[in-house]
Write a protein that binds this ligand. Structure first.
Ligand code: S3P
Length: 433
C-alpha cells in the first residue's frame, strides 16, 4: 500500500486519538496476571496490541473482546498453562520483551518469535537479567535474538543495574520479579516511561522507588481493576507537529495521556516556539489533557538536551520534521538507541530528510539538521517502520509538490486510523493508492 500526499493547507478540527500502545499492552498483561475480571476501557486496537492480547490468550485467561472494551478474567500466573504453539508478537518489541518476563516466571516451555524486523532487534537486554533470575533461555545468537525458547519458573530476586534506560527492560524484570522468590532491585540510568509502576501500584502491588531504583518483593498478585486507557501522545504528536508547521492551523486533540515520562515532544515544541495550550483534567493513574495547537511560522532550531531523550524517544523522527521547518540548526546527540527501533531510525530519518531536500548530517548517535528547508516532494520509503511512514507524511505536507509514501501497511501496527484523522483535519491531504 502507498499514500499520495497533497501538500499545503492548514489543519482544523477537534479530534481524539486512539488509546496508548504502551498502556494497552501493560493492561492486557497485568490483567491476565491478576485474579478476577479486569476491564480495559478504550484500548488501542492495532496489530501490536492485538499480538499481545493473543499472546496472553494462549496462556489460558478468558478474554471477552468487545473492541472498545476488553475484559480479561485471570486466576493468577499459577493457573497459566503451557501454550500449544509458538507465540508470535509480530512487530511489537514491547510485547516480546514484556512477555519474556512473564514467561520466565512460568514453569513450562514457551517459544517467542516475531516478524522480520522484531527478529533483528536485541533481546539480550532482557534475556540477561532473566537468566540471572534463573530462567533457562535459548535462542538464536546464544539467546540474544528471537525466536527464544524459555523454560521458566523457580526464579530468585536479583539486584540488577540496567545499562539502558528502557521501560521494556524495566517492565520485563519487574513482571518476572513478581513471580520470583525474594526481593528484586532494578536500577536504570535515567527514568524511562513509568506506566508499569503506576499500573501495578493501582492494582495493589507494592513497589517502592529509591532514587533511580525500584524495589519489589516476589509473590505479589495484582488485583483485577478497571483501566481507562488515555489517548496515545505518540500518535497525537503527528498532528501537533503538522499543525505547528502548517501556518493558519488550529486543532484540539482531546484526552491525550500526559504522563511526564512521555511529554518530551510537548517540551520540545514549546522550546522551539510552538503555540500550544494544555488543558489538564483528571485521569485515574495516568494524567490526561486536551491539547490545542496553532500554527506558527517562526520556529527556532535548538540542541535537544540528552536528558530529554527518554521522554521523546519515539517522537525523534518527528522532531526531525519540526527541525526542517525551524530557523537554524537542530542537533540530537546521545540517541544511539534509535538504531535498534523498528528500523535504524537515525539512518531512516536522515534518508527521509535527504530525499525531501533538507540539509542533514548523520551522526553516530543522532543527527544535525539545518533549517528552514525548502522541502521538495519525493517518493519516501517507510522501511517497514510505522513512525517513519507517518513522519514522512507530515514532512510531505510542507513540500512544494506531491509526494508518495511507499509501504505504508506498517502503520496498522500502532495507528490504523491515521489516514482518516489526517483527512478529517486537512481534507484531501492523504489518498491511499
Ligand atoms: C516502550 C518503551 C520504549 C519505546 C517503545 C515502547 C514501552 O522502548 O521506544 O515504543 O512500551 O515500554 P525501550 O524500552 O526500548 O526504550
Amino acid at each position: 500500500m502507498s499514500w499520495m500526499i497533497k501538500p499545503g493547507g492548514s489543519l482544523h478540527g477537534d479530534i481524539t486519538v486512539p488509546g496508548d500502545k504502551s498502556v494497552t499492552q501493560r493492561a492486557y498483561i497485568f490483567a491476565a496476571m491478576a485474579k478476577g475480571t479486569s476491564h480495559i476501557i478504550a484500548p488501542l486496537r492495532a496489530e501490536d496490541t492485538d499480538s499481545t492480547l493473543n499472546a496472553v490468550r494462549s496462556l489460558g485467561p478468558v478474554i471477552d473482546d468487545r473492541v472498545q472494551e476488553v475484559s480479561i478474567t485471570g486466576d493468577g500466573t499459577q493457573s497459566f498453562t503451557e501454550p500449544g504453539d509458538v507465540i508470535n508478537l509480530g512487530n511489537s518489541g514491547t510485547g516480546a520483551r514484556l512477555m519474556a518476563g512473564l514467561l520466565a516466571a512460568c514453569p513450562f516451555l514457551s517459544v517467542l518469535t516475531g516478524d522480520e524486523s522484531l527478529r533483528r532487534r536485541p533481546m539480550a537486554r532482557v534475556t540477561e537479567p532473566l537468566r540471572l533470575m534463573g530462567a533457562v533461555i535459548d535462542g538464536r545468537a546464544d539467546g540474544t535474538l528471537l525466536p527464544l525458547a524459555i523454560r521458566g519458573g523457580f526464579l530468585k530476586g536479583v539486584n540488577y543495574i540496567s545499562p539502558v534506560a528502557s521501560a521494556q527492560v524495566k517492565s520485563s524484570v519487574l513482571i518476572a520479579a513478581l513471580g520470583a522468590q525474594g526481593k528484586t532491585i532494578f536500577t536504570e540510568p535515567a527514568l524511562s516511561r513509568d506506566h508499569t509502576e503506576r499500573m501495578l501500584t493501582a492494582m495493589g502491588v507494592h513497589i517502592s522507588a529509591q532514587g533511580k531504583s525500584l524495589v519489589v518483593e516476589g509473590g505479589q498478585v495484582p488485583k483485577a481493576a478497571t483501566i481507562k486507557v488515555p489517548g496515545d501522545i505518540s500518535s497525537a504528536a503527528f498532528f501537533f507537529v503538522a499543525a505547528t508547521v502548517m501556518d493558519g492551523s488550529d486543532i484540539v486533540v482531546r484526552n491525550v495521556g500526559i504522563n511526564p515520562t512521555r511529554t518530551g515532544i510537548l517540551q520540545l515544541l514549546e522550546a522551539m516556539g510552538a503555540r500550544i495550550s494544555v488543558m489538564h483534567h483528571d485521569g485515574d493513574g495516568e494524567p490526561m489533557a486536551d491539547i490545542r495547537v496553532q500554527g506558527n511560522g517562526s520556529l527556532r532550531g535548538m540542541s535537544i538536551p540528552e536528558e530529554w531523550i527518554p521522554a521523546i524517544i519515539d517522537e525523534l523522527p518527528l522532531a526531525a520534521v519540526l527541525a526542517a521547518a525551524a530557523n537554524g540548526v537542530t542537533e540530537l546527540r546521545g540517541a544511539s538507541e534509535l538504531r535498534v527501533k523498528e528500523s535504524d531510525r537515525i539512518s531512516t530519518t536522515v534518508q527521509m530528510l535527504q530525499r525531501a531536500g533538507v540539509k542533514v548530517e548523520e551522526l553516530s548517535d543522532g543527527f544535525r539538521i539545518h533549517g528552514p528547508a525548502a522541502v521538495t516532494g519525493y517518493a519516501h520509503e517507510s522501511h517497514g517502520d510505522h513512525r517513519i511512514a507517518m513522519s514522512s507524511t507530515i514532512l510531505s505536507l510542507m513540500a512544494r509538490d506531491k509526494s508518495e509514501i511507499r509501504d505504508t501497511g506498517c502503520v496498522a501496527t500502532s495507528f490504523p486510523d491515521f489516514v482518516k484523522l489526517m483527512n478529517d483535519l486537512l481534507p484531501g491531504s492523504v489518498t491511499v493508492i
